[in-house]
Design a protein around this ligand. Structure first.
Ligand SMILES: CC(C)(COP(=O)(O)OP(=O)(O)OC[C@H]1O[C@@H](n2cnc3c(N)ncnc32)[C@H](O)[C@@H]1OP(=O)(O)O)[C@@H](O)C(=O)NCCC(=O)NCCS
Length: 243
């Protein structure tokens, strides 16, 4: 796919881009140029310089990428958050939906023409109190199925569950006002699915969960509303030395 301008998203397409967050100096400074003042302000408040650099790389490349879809300069894009903090594109308005996730050295951006989408990525670090976290935060069925797995499979299953839940939560855009135990997802590899959502028997069938390929050590999931959305894996966003 050319990066100067990207073809518009078709109504049924879900595009996924992977962004590297550890950039060479020239590309890093190009991402900084692309930021809006409020994003620069946020970047200035990180305690660790490495976290600030990755934040700048994620948000600068997000702007580069969306600008290539909509044909505006990166710094001209205006984002606005809904009441629960989910950012969307406010200007130009009504041209696409997107969601960003970042963890460790990678960010993911999922985009659709109009349907709600959410994405999550996690660097799979060791978690000592995994069972306790699952019991406290996951739906009871998820915690039970996790604990029933052979010990050697639980770490990967935990992150599959986590990213699927987070992707759905982010797609809904309701933040944690939608409790984590009010819906259940599968844990099995290759079979991402929303199983049920409390108080809404039709909700689970209205969504697709997808499991995009990631570099070793990372888990990721996408949630998209509608059965017809088809994933287009756009690969890695090319590192750029200009904006
Ligand atoms: C805000 C939230 C999205 C943070 O999620 P996270 O895993 O820390 O971070 P991610 O990398 O996935 O996503 C962050 C990006 O999502 C977007 N985002 C922020 N609020 C959002 C919301 N309410 N809905 C969707 N997307 C949101 C932003 O672009 C944000 O980027 P930024 O922080 O650099 O501005 C929120 O869902 C949250 O706090 N979740 C709690 C985490 C949790 O307990 N998960 C349990 C899963 S089982």
């Amino acid at each position: 796919m050319s990066t100067a301008t990207l073809r518009p998203l078709a109504a049924t397409e879900l595009h996924l881009w992977r962004l590297r967050l550890d950039l060479p100096a020239r590309a890093q400074s190009a991402t900084e140029t692309a930021l809006a003042p409020d994003e620069r302000e946020r970047a200035a408040h990180f305690y660790f310089a490495a976290d600030a650099r990755r934040f700048v790389a994620a948000h600068g490349q997000l702007r580069q990428l969306i600008s290539a879809y909509v044909g505006r300069r990166p710094a001209e894009l205006v984002f606005a958050a809904n009441d629960f903090g989910k950012p969307g594109l406010a200007a130009p308005a009504d041209v696409l939906q997107f969601n960003l996730a970042h963890s460790g050295a990678w960010a993911l951006v999922a985009l659709t023409a109009a349907v709600p989408v959410g994405v999550d990525v996690e660097a799979c670090r060791p978690i000592t109190d995994r069972a306790a976290i699952a019991e406290r935060f996951f739906a009871p069925g998820e915690a039970q199925r996790l604990s029933a797995l052979p010990a050697g499979e639980q770490a990967a299953a935990f992150f599959r569950c986590w990213t699927r839940k987070e992707a759905y939560l982010k797609a809904r855009g309701l933040g944690l006002s939608l409790p984590l135990d009010a819906f259940e997802v599968t844990l099995e590899t290759g079979q991402p699915r929303l199983l049920w959502v409390q108080d809404d028997p039709a909700e689970a069938a209205a969504w697709q969960l997808l499991e995009p390929a990631m570099p070793p050590g990372y888990a990721a999931a996408i949630a998209v509303r509608g059965r017809e959305a088809a994933l287009v894996d756009c690969g890695e966003w090319p590192i750029r030395g200009d904006t």
